[in-house]
Design a protein around this ligand. Structure first.
Ligand code: FE2
Length: 382
C-alpha cells in the first residue's frame, strides 16, 4: 500500500479531527510522526469494555490485585534548576476562576498544562479573564483542555440542552449570547488566544506528543459527560499510540479518583487504554479535587493536578515534572512552535469497507503535527 504525499500546509500546528476526504476510495490522515507499521498497530489494538464498567468500585476491586499504585514524588522545589536537555512542565487543573489574582502561585517552566475546569460555568467573561491571565504567565507554551464546568465549550450541550443550561446552571441570554454578539464571537474557543486549546487533538512539541481530551463519565448532567463503557472508549480510541503526555479532565480508575463520599469517579476504559495501548509517560488530569496527588503504575505517572481543594480553595501547588528532549534537539528548537506544517497522506480503504464504516470513531486517529525536522524531511520528499 503506497502512501502519497498530497498536500503541504504551512503555519498550521494544531488541527482537530479528521480532514475532508477527496474521493470515495481514500481517506486522508495526517500521519507525520507515526510509521505506517505503528499506525497499523495502533488501529489493531482493541480495548474491550469491562463488564463491570458501570460499577467502578466493584471493577476496581477485581482489577487491583493485578495493579500497582505507587505514591510518587516529582519536582518538589519549583526553584530547582531544570536539568540540561529537559523541558519543564507545570501542571494545573480545576482552577475555577480562582487563580487569576494569584500570579505568583504558578511556578515558572517551559510548558504549562491546564487539565480543565478553568471556570465555574464557561461564561465568556470568565474565559476571557482566564485567557488574559494565561497571557501574563511566563511559560512559552500553554496547553489547555476544557472540563465539565467549562459548559459552553461543549457544542452538543449548547445545541441540545440550551434551556437546561439556563435553568440548571444559570447560563443566560444576558451572560452568554449577549456577550457573544457584542464581541462578534461565533464560538467561545475564539477567546483562547493565549494557549493551544486541545479537544480530542494533539500538539507536538518538537517530538514530544501531548494529547488532550475533555470527556469524563456522566455525573450530574455537566459538560463533556458521556456514559461509561463504549461511548467513552470511542473517545479514548482516538488517542494516538505515540502519545507521550496524555491530558484528560477526568481520572482513570484507581489513580486520583477516590471521592470524599467513597465513590470512584475514574473511568475503567481510560485505564485499560493507557495500560494496554497508549502507554504514555505521564497522564495529567483533575476533576476530583480531593484526589490531588501523584501515583505510578510502574510505567505511567498519574498526576491529579487539581489546584482547588474540595472547598474550592486554590491551595494545591502546581505539579512539576521535567521531560527529556529528543536527542539532538535544543530547548529553543523545541519551543519554536510558530511554523508547524502538516502533511496529509491518502490511505486506500481496506477492501469491502465503506468510508462510513472506516470513519467510525473507534478508528479515527487525531490529526498530528510535524516537528521542524520532519517538515523539512517531508519537503525534501515532495
Ligand atoms: Fe471537573
Amino acid at each position: 500500500m503506497g502512501k502519497q504525499l498530497s498536500r503541504f500546509w504551512p503555519g498550521l500546528y494544531v488541527i482537530i479531527g479528521l480532514y475532508h476526504t477527496p474521493d470515495s476510495d481514500t481517506l486522508q490522515y495526517n500521519l507525520p510522526d507515526q510509521s505506517m507499521a505503528k499506525f497499523a498497530a495502533n488501529q489493531a489494538a482493541i480495548i474491550q469494555v469491562n463488564p463491570q464498567t458501570d460499577l467502578p468500585i466493584k471493577a476496581w476491586k477485581s482489577m487491583k490485585q493485578q495493579q500497582k499504585v505507587i505514591k510518587k514524588r516529582l519536582v518538589d522545589d519549583p526553584d530547582s534548576p531544570i536539568p540540561e536537555g529537559h523541558l519543564r512542565f507545570v501542571c494545573l487543573s480545576d482552577t475555577h476562576s480562582r487563580i487569576e489574582n494569584n500570579v505568583l502561585k504558578v511556578p515558572p517552566g517551559d510548558v504549562l498544562i491546564h487539565a480543565g475546569d478553568f471556570t465555574m460555568l464557561g461564561l465568556p467573561k470568565d474565559i476571557d479573564k482566564f485567557n488574559k491571565y494565561l497571557g501574563t504567565l511566563p511559560h512559552k507554551v500553554k496547553v489547555v483542555i476544557a472540563g465539565n464546568h467549562d459548559l459552553t465549550f461543549d457544542q452538543d450541550m449548547l445545541k441540545n440542552e440550551r434551556e437546561d443550561m439556563t435553568f440548571r446552571f444559570g447560563v443566560t441570554e444576558e451572560n452568554f449570547e449577549a456577550y457573544m454578539i457584542e464581541n462578534k464571537l461565533a464560538d467561545v474557543k475564539e477567546l483562547m488566544t493565549n494557549c493551544v486549546y486541545l479537544e480530542d487533538a494533539s500538539v507536538n512539541i518538537h517530538g514530544i506528543n501531548v494529547y488532550g481530551s475533555p470527556w469524563q463519565p456522566a455525573f450530574g448532567g455537566w459538560g463533556f459527560n458521556l456514559p461509561r463503557g463504549q461511548m467513552l472508549l470511542d473517545k479514548w480510541n482516538m488517542i494516538p499510540s505515540d502519545t507521550d503526555i496524555l491530558v484528560t479532565h477526568g481520572p482513570p480508575i484507581g489513580h486520583g479518583d477516590y471521592c470524599f463520599d467513597g465513590q470512584r469517579a475514574g473511568c475503567v476504559e481510560l485505564l485499560s487504554t493507557i495500560q494496554q495501548r497508549v502507554k504514555p509517560k505521564y497522564h495529567v488530569f483533575g476533576h476530583i479535587h480531593e484526589g490531588y496527588g501523584i501515583t505510578s503504575d510502574g510505567y505511567t505517572t498519574y498526576i491529579n493536578a487539581s489546584t482547588c481543594t474540595l472547598r474550592y480553595q486554590p491551595n494545591n501547588p502546581a505539579v512539576i515534572f521535567d521531560f527529556p528532549l529528543p536527542e539532538g534537539c535544543t530547548k529553543d528548537e523545541a519551543l519554536d512552535l510558530y511554523v508547524k506544517p502538516a502533511v496529509i497522506f491518502d490511505i486506500p480503504l481496506p477492501e469491502g469497507r465503506t468510508k462510513e464504516q472506516a470513519l467510525d470513531p473507534c478508528v479515527k486517529p487525531a490529526v498530528k503535527t510535524l516537528t521542524k525536522a520532519q517538515s523539512n524531511e517531508a519537503n525534501d520528499d515532495d
